[in-house]
Design a protein around this ligand. Structure first.
Ligand SMILES: [Zn+2]
Ligand SMILES: [Zn+2]
Length: 1018
């Protein structure tokens, strides 16, 4: 006996029970341990950043991470997998700032770095539990008990080791450069962080500014009116930093005469400006403008701002600003004639091109903005945030008649990926990793990686590598792995520390960190404690203080292949025992510039090789309307709601199969419901059908292989099943769960809507003959194999099926489906011809149903004849053989067979035709009195069966059927009494409805009156 299974099912309830079973029997750990000795399969868990409640995209990634190692385990691989948590960085700091109601670095320091970082730590642990809960509930099998966590001293020490390795190889340096800088967070960002924060359609000012020429002789400019160089900018706040104008040396520039002035700009761009009231009075080449002097818009001398000059690379010297200052025009190959005026405003303090031009031409360097993005000095707009200063700058220039035209422009602008403040490109000191030194190896290493989808390899990831720039990896923040670099206060020498031991041995003062270390207490290597440690300079004996920066949290996550094992301080064997590199990683597509990149960069810098072999790169999850989910918009879907309602399997199946993994997907919870009904419920119905009849017939599966079946349907479904095993195995081996899942879905559809539908009567019939046994054996085998194929995808439902179908019959079988082996196909059972024939038969049935619906005749109404046209003689022979199946399915009495081209000619007012490129059908729609009576009998059977279910009868219960009806119905019933009795398991039919029936119901059928009553025979 199998455990009875109802047709109504609550998947979430089943899943809770399965979870308890797994936990009680330690199935996950045992599934791993059982394969010890097998080949290793290594998954790296991309650590989730724990700075908020887990959202749907976390589950999306985790189910794709989960399916592959589950499959590999069933294939005999040893696949231990450790979860990881990414705990440092701006995301966490920002969350804590919000909680404290503060929003700047001075406020954090006032609050105390120790207390601030303690809150960051607590915040992490709070969400960590939430993550674990939902991931476990969705069946994500990971070792959470031994999870690595980036804030631990061991992890930090491994990161220090890595930095020291790079330091020794000359890959770490400090540079004075223009860096993307978030003025709110007060820190530099790396290019991969910037890449995540671009916003399209950002509105900014678009303004044309006049720069007054002071020395016209050089370019022989007209002398009768003032001459202005016309430049264009979208960042007016940078204008106080202007110290040069650049022109394209070989382009033509026009001199335009207006009423009170001359304007100079590129000839090609002049027409677009529509300079009404101006006429061209001359042309010169850009290079003749070189050296022409003009008046600064804002002389730093007048506004109390330092004026500096470029000296040797990376350093600036302070210059005294003269009272009368003029700047000059320079030539730049970077000046394009695509937009603007061909006269480019240069502010070396902002923007990479400007900074480089400053170095090359030894320009003045004027920095009118502080690191918080506020204007300094004594300008009319001092103290304002740069973007707020824009209108005031323009107002000021306007009052001096230097603003020629103002408008707005929509363009793409980078914002801070965490706090959404517009970024500034700001010249400052930052620590870099020289990734460009290994650029060629980064690119060649990518050749060794397999990407799914494939286009990421040379697209998003390949492009990113090809355009590699050095990694700005220091952060002027608090909650992160401290940069292990100390600087001598006396001689300026730097020292990089590579381990806690080294730190201890070189420290010159006793601090909390060292005390804890010597006493074996829980160590905390974070700020501010680490900042207290002073080292003794080996060069001059001076006092060395730590550079106060922390490092990019992406360095932490990219270091996980070794840092999770505290390598090389422990686990030195990871390089040989299959734990490095990973066989498989999986994250969303934004990680091409995040984790995928940091992993690849660090591994290449340290080990000169890639650290992962296969990647599934997932598209983004959007909301139902196709918008990006964000907390701010309030459209984030939380996975708990979905799981509680539909279950984890439904969500998993939807995520695997709804679209290819690389595509962005619009998430709508209703689609999960739809998947649940279309796929999981279909499978469940087949399963409950099987269990119900198997229990009635006391079917006992045999542990021996059953004899090859004779029935064509059995042979067909076994052929399909074995083909499915081959296909699913191949797709999973090729990292394509989507393809594998879709194949399973097609099979289950065929199993339910063709195999079971057409085999139903074989289970219903009373005699227990060989054909019935064959049907049981076949369906049982299909369901058991499906439970194993589905185990990596829908681990809960698979377990439920397996426990009831396999464990109850064979107590010696593995205790869980997840301890079982992956099915192996029997190639001898695959019959391609049979598959084609059945596909054709199914297709004919769908054409037949289409023809019926075109004619408006229900399938329950029998019809006399169908003509089927196909394209070949062999197809015709196949259909001849399968005619009984098709006729039964379509409820038609007779079939004529012919060729496709004959079908069209059959069309008539009593014949309905439907055809396509493959085949065609013509059905005779005439309904004779006899056919109508038979149709009525079927209508009655249908209603009686529904009543049997409503009355709660068992499938095998016999009944008495009572009726009162119009004459036509009575006549139908008497003509088809045997049929009605057989179908409804009625021992008798009586033509009046007494009061003591179990259930009575009144119907109108095709306009006729019918009263039915049912009573169980006891
Ligand atoms: Zn920011
Ligand atoms: Zn020194």
């Amino acid at each position: 006996m199998f455990k009875p299974v109802g047709s109504r099912v609550s998947f979430p309830q089943i899943e809770e029970a399965v979870l308890a079973f797994w936990k009680q029997h330690d199935i996950f750990n045992r599934s791993v341990a059982a394969r010890q000795g097998g080949p290793r399969f290594m998954l790296y868990d991309g650590p989730a950043t724990v700075n908020g409640s887990p959202a749907l995209h976390h589950v999306f990634v985790s189910v794709f991470k989960d399916v592959i190692p589950r499959y590999k385990t069933m294939k005999g691989f040893y696949a231990p997998r450790i979860a990881g948590w990414d705990t440092h960085g701006l995301p966490v700091e920002l969350e804590v700032e919000k909680k404290l109601g503060i929003s700047s670095k001075p406020q954090i320091e006032q609050y105390g770095i120790d207390r601030f970082n303690e809150m960051c730590r607590q915040n992490v642990y709070k969400y960590l539990a939430e993550f674990e809960d939902i991931l476990k509930r969705t069946g994500y099998w990971m070792d959470f008990d031994n999870a690595y966590i980036t804030l631990s001293p061991d992890y930090i020490e491994s990161c220090w080791w890595a930095i020291r390795q790079m330091w020794d190889k000359g890959f770490v340096y400090q540079g004075y450069r223009v860096t993307p800088h978030c003025p709110r967070c007060g820190t530099s960002l790396s290019s991969h962080e910037v890449a995540q924060g671009y916003k399209e359609n950002t509105e900014d000012p678009s303004v044309y500014i006049k720069f007054k020429v002071t020395d016209k002789s050089l370019a022989k400019l007209p002398d009768d009116k003032p001459v202005f160089l016309l430049a264009w900018t979208t960042t007016p706040w940078t204008l106080p930093g202007n110290t040069a104008l650049a022109v394209a040396p070989d382009a033509d520039y026009v001199i335009m005469r207006g009423e009170n002035e001359y304007l100079v700009l590129a000839a090609r761009l002049a027409p677009a400006l529509k300079l009404d009231g101006y006429e061209e009075t001359g042309r010169i080449l850009g290079k003749t403008l070189s050296g022409v002097k003009y008046q600064p818009l804002f002389n730093p001398h007048d506004f109390g701002v330092e004026r500096r000059a470029f000296a040797t690379e990376g350093t600036l010297t302070v210059q005294k600003p003269p009272k009368h200052l003029s700047y000059r025009v320079i030539c730049g190959e970077f000046v394009t004639l695509e937009d603007g005026t061909g006269v480019v405003h240069i502010a070396p303090a902002f923007g990479e091109v400007d900074f480089e031009a400053g170095k090359e031409w030894e320009l003045d360097f004027v920095q009118p903005v502080d690191l918080q993005g506020k204007m300094t000095g004594s300008y009319p707009f001092s103290g304002k945030f740069v973007k707020d200063a824009d209108p005031l700058v323009l107002e000021d220039l306007g009052s001096r008649d230097l603003l020629f035209r103002r408008g707005t422009v929509k363009h793409t602008y980078p914002f801070c990926w965490r706090c959404e403040t517009p970024l500034l490109y700001y010249a400052k000191t930052t620590w870099y990793i020289r990734t460009t030194a290994v650029k060629e190896r980064l690119i060649s290493g990518n050749e060794e990686i397999s990407w799914y989808p494939e286009h990421i390899k040379y697209g998003r990831f390949g492009d990113w590598l090809a355009n590699n720039i050095d990694w700005a990896f220091s952060r002027e923040r608090y909650w992160g792995t401290p940069l292990p670099v100390w600087r001598c206060e006396k001689c300026g020498a730097f020292e990089c520390i590579g381990s806690v031991n080294e730190l201890e041995s070189k420290a010159m003062n006793d601090t909390l960190v060292l005390q804890k270390l010597t006493k074996g207490l829980e160590l905390d290597l974070h700020r501010p404690y680490i900042d207290e440690i002073l080292l003794k300079c080996t060069k001059c004996g001076g006092k060395m203080k730590r550079v106060p920066d922390v490092i990019d949290c992406w360095f932490d996550s990219g270091a996980m292949p070794f840092a999770q094992n505290h390598y090389p301080f422990d686990n030195r064997s990871i390089m040989e025992d299959g734990r490095f590199p990973a066989d498989f990683i999986c994250e969303a597509v934004d990680q091409t510039r995040g984790w995928f990149y940091s992993l690849h960069a660090i591994s290449t810098l340290l080990f000169d090789r890639p650290c992962f072999k296969n990647v599934i790169c997932l598209g983004h999850i959007l909301d139902a309307k196709g918008e990006k989910m964000s907390k701010r918009k309030g459209n984030v879907v939380y996975p708990w709601e979905v799981v509680k309602k539909y279950g984890a399997d439904a969500l998993r199946w939807y995520l695997y199969t709804a679209s290819a993994p690389g595509n962005p997907r619009q998430f709508d919870a209703r689609q999960v419901d739809e998947v649940s009904r279309r796929f999981l419920s279909t499978l469940w119905n087949v399963y409950s059908f099987f269990v119900m009849y198997a229990n009635i017939d006391k079917y006992q599966p045999s542990s021996e292989p059953f004899p090859p079946p004779e029935a064509e349907l059995d042979r067909w479904v076994l052929s399909e099943l074995n083909q499915l095993v081959v296909d699913v195995d191949a797709s999973l081996a090729a990292y394509s769960p989507t393809e594998a899942g879709r194949k399973i879905e097609t099979f289950v559809d065929g199993l339910s809507n063709w195999y079971v539908r057409r085999s139903r009567r074989r289970f219903w019939k009373s005699e227990n003959d060989a054909d019935k046994l064959s049907a049981y054996n076949t369906l049982y085998h299909c369901l058991v194999t499906l439970s194993k194929l589905l185990a990596p995808f829908t681990p809960f439902l698979a377990e439920e099926l397996y426990q009831n179908l396999v464990r109850s019959a064979f107590p010696d079988s593995p205790e869980s489906v997840h301890l079982a082996d992956f099915p192996v196909a029997d190639a001898t059972l695959i019959d391609k011809q049979l598959a084609d024939d059945n596909r054709l038969a199914m297709h004919i049935c769908s054409l037949g149903r289409a023809a019926r619906s075109k004619a408006g005749i229900k399938v329950r109404q029998p019809l006399a004849e169908i003509f089927v046209g196909v394209k070949s003689e062999s197809e015709r022979r196949a259909l001849e053989r399968m005619a009984p199946l098709i006729l039964e399915e379509l409820n038609i009495k007779e079939m004529q067979l012919g060729m496709l081209e004959q079908v069209a000619g059959k069309e008539d007012k009593s014949v309905c035709v439907v055809s396509d490129a493959v085949a065609g059908v013509a059905i005779l729609c005439e309904i004779t009195a006899e056919l109508e009576a038979e149709g009525m009998a079927r209508e009655i059977v249908h209603r009686a069966q529904t009543m049997r279910r409503s009355a709660g009868y068992d499938i095998a219960d016999h009944i008495i059927l009572y009726y009162e009806a119009d004459a036509f119905i009575m006549q139908s019933l008497s003509s088809f009494a045997d049929y009605v009795m057989q179908e409804t398991l009625a021992d008798d039919i009586a033509d009046s409805v007494p009061d003591d029936v179990d259930l009575k119901e009144e119907f109108k059928v095709s306009g006729y009156h019918l009263l039915l009553g049912v009573k169980k025979v006891t």
